[in-house]
Ligand binder design. Structure first.
Ligand SMILES: [Zn+2]
Length: 207
């Protein structure tokens, strides 16, 4: 029969194993537990940090994509002058023998061959000869406005999408014209022509 004093080997081991927990002193086993716990905590923190970093990166990418889209939209919706160097020779509504009624556009006199540019982004919906207008391009823009570019000496583009400022043709004097100039018309929503100068100025473009 075993003694009742509790001095067997197994009791002794138990006593040793229990001692540090009772005294609060670290042992190898206790230190290992602490280390494991610390590593788990670190792993959890590292995971959180990584998750936060990932979330930040995703958010940053979302912001940058939104900013790029906004920039692209601003860029596509810009309005610009159709020629760089010009002299206005006839305003909207002017009378005279050149026009069957009143002048329906704005004349930008410039040397033959001067680049003619789209006022904004849009699509070329007509490119061809049109009687008194000569060689004419019509662009329907993103807001529904249609712009006419007339008396062109040549077409650079005849169809498709155009960007703001994209060269579509060259200044000329085709049709009912006495000298090289661009006759520009602005038709809001494809309707009746309005004064291009005040329309452009309303859209931030000084003529
Ligand atoms: Zn004109």
């Amino acid at each position: 029969m075993p003694h009742a004093v509790g001095s067997t080997d197994s009791d002794g081991l138990n006593a040793i194993a229990q001692r540090p927990q009772q005294s609060g002193q670290p042992t190898e086993a206790g230190a290992l537990d602490t280390l494991v716990a610390a590593e788990q905590s670190l792993a959890a923190e590292t995971g959180e940090v990584a998750q936060e970093a990932h979330t930040r990166i995703v958010e940053q990418q979302r912001i940058e994509a939104a900013e790029a889209a906004a920039r692209a939209e601003r860029e596509a919706k810009r309005w610009l002058l159709p020629v760089d160097n010009y002299r206005i020779t006839a305003g909207f509504g002017a009378g005279g023998s050149m026009w069957s009624n009143r002048h329906t556009g704005l004349d930008f006199a410039a040397p033959t061959g001067t680049e003619v540019r789209s006022l904004s982004s849009g699509e070329i919906i007509f490119a061809g000869y049109d009687g008194p207008y000569g060689n004419k391009i019509v662009i329907r823009h993103w807001d529904g406005t249609e712009t006419w570019y007339c008396h062109l000496s040549r077409f650079v583009l005849r169809s498709g999408e155009v960007a703001p400022g994209e060269v579509i043709g060259r200044v000329g004097s085709t049709g009912n014209s006495t000298g090289p100039h661009l006759h520009l018309e602005v038709h809001p929503d494809g309707g009746d022509p309005v004064n291009p100068r005040s329309w452009l100025e309303d859209h931030g473009v000084d003529v």
